[in-house]
Design a binder for this molecule. Structure first.
Ligand code: CMC
Length: 431
């Protein structure tokens, strides 16, 4: 529990109220207003939670001004260079890096959960072929509650653990199946001899008719994309998972809620929207037109992949992603990619433009991820599902932390009501 070393004083209508100031291990202090309504009969107002800490957490820390992202204290740059996705999953879930034995056991357990209940295949077939894979994923992940009854009891630590393993293991299978279904190809079963990222590429790109060999460099790039997306503090989808979980809902239902929230273009859907925007711009000479539109208050257009609620400096994930994009395009022999040229020039111009500089709008993680994924052969509709499967470990870690919090309560925000006061019903002839 965070320490209280001092208090802030609120004066209202001549009365004073002491608000404890909680000190985090790093980051801004937090005013504890939990007793404010009971004592002073007032609410606080913070739509969009720009100044509100909704929970106490030990998992991920972001310093938006420095452009710093830590998973359990470890900088994302170090993890991206030295670690791998499943190790990061262990770290996020358990709080510490695993020993060799712990890692082997964890990998073994995840690998043994990669297959889906065979009947889920029938569930997939209920969707239209042209469904967006995110639509399919929201449905199928929610439906896991109907297939895995032995991991629904949130009060049983073992069942919580099994649900976590199942989701981390099965989300790539579900995302790959959603893709295969959308292109009319047969589902490809997981291969347990491959590592997590390579297995995902195998399930997406292999066909029964011929052998498919996963390029190790592409598997590494995919693994890095997964690591960079694994958790991101109390963002919209994570807060959604926590809120859904606060009512006692089962973990599959909570993660389905997170996937639904992630889908929006202001959040995880930005990677698809960004690549579509880069395609629409098409060539470097059209960039000024789009920059002008992004700056025009009367035009709803925004530069997708730019800006962030917390980062007011370079998104550290975008830096790593940019390096990865260069490596992958090089490996695949894609030189003079017009989309990459547009992206690099757009970034250069925006970073010098007063509008973007003054508002501290920098490229975010979604700016370069789409370029890598497209080069690997993914259609834009798969970008957000890949974000979702990578973020699943973050959602589950935060959900587990929430359930373990002894001060936890159902999430129930209040409101600033500005509607009618009580009035009498008017019969139809008198309206
Ligand atoms: N292009 C042009 N102007 C922008 C942009 C942008 N991408 N982002 C913010 N602004 C402007 C905005 O118009 C506002 O201007 P003013 O103060 O004059 O009204 C100012 O910057 C602040 O924007 P905001 O909408 O109040 O900021 P926010 O913290 O609520 O929104 C954001 C953050 C990420 C939703 C927003 O920057 C955005 O819509 N970016 C594009 C979508 C995107 O790339 N999303 C991915 C985020 S990273 C991955 C993830 O979290 O899933």
């Amino acid at each position: 529990m965070a320490e209280t070393k001092r208090t802030a004083t609120l004066t209202l209508d001549g009365k004073t109220y002491d608000l404890p100031v909680l000190s985090p291990s790093v980051g801004p202090d937090v005013l504890d207003i939990r007793k404010l309504y009971a004592q002073a009969d007032v609410f606080t107002f913070d739509p969009g939670f720009t100044s509100t800490a909704a929970c106490e957490s030990e998992i991920t820390y972001i310093d938006g001004d420095k452009g710093e992202l830590l998973y359990r204290g470890y900088p994302i740059e170090q993890l991206a260079e030295k670690s791998h996705y499943l190790e990061v999953c262990y770290l996020l879930l358990n709080g510490e890096l695993p020993t060799e034995k712990q890692m082997t056991d964890f990998e073994f357990r995840i690998t043994r959960h990669t297959m889906l209940h065979e009947q889920i295949h029938m569930f997939f077939r209920g969707f239209r072929r042209d469904s967006h894979p995110m639509a399919t994923m929201v449905g199928v992940v929610g439906a896991m509650s109907a297939f895995y009854h032995d991991s629904l009891d949130i009060n049983d630590p073992w069942q919580r653990e099994v649900a976590a393993m199942r989701m981390i293991a099965k989300l790539p299978t579900i995302a790959a199946m959603a893709y295969k279904y959308s292109i009319g190809q047969p589902f490809v079963y997981p291969r347990n001899d491959l590592d997590y990222a390579a297995n995902f590429l195998h399930m997406c790109f292999s066909v029964p008719a011929e052998p498919y060999v996963v390029k190790p460099e592409l598997a590494k790039a995919m693994d890095r994309i997964m690591m960079l997306h694994a958790d991101h503090e109390q963002n919209a989808s994570t807060s959604t998972v926590r809120l859904a979980g606060s009512s006692g809902a089962n973990p599959f239902a909570c993660v389905a809620a997170g996937i639904a929230c992630l889908w929006g273009p202001a959040h995880g859907g930005a990677n698809q929207a960004c690549l579509e925007m880069l395609r629409e711009i098409g060539s470097v000479d059209r960039i000024p037109e789009f920059i002008a539109r992004a700056k025009d208050k009367n035009d709803p257009f925004r530069l997708m992949g730019f800006g962030h609620r917390v980062y007011k400096n370079f998104d550290p994930r975008a830096k790593v992603m940019k390096e990865s994009a260069d490596e992958v395009l090089d490996l695949l022999g894609i030189h003079d990619n017009p989309i990459l040229q547009v992206a690099k020039e757009l970034e250069r111009i925006a970073l010098e433009d007063d509008y973007f500089v003054s508002k501290k709008l920098y490229p975010n993680v979604d700016f370069y991820s789409g370029i890598i994924l497209e080069a690997m052969g993914f259609p834009t509709s798969m970008f957000t599902p890949i974000f979702a499967l990578s973020r699943t470990v973050g959602w589950i870690s935060q959900w587990k932390e929430m359930l373990g919090d002894p001060t936890g309560k159902i999430g129930r925000p209040r409101q600033l009501y500005t509607g009618h006061v009580a009035r009498d019903y008017v019969p139809v002839p008198s309206r």
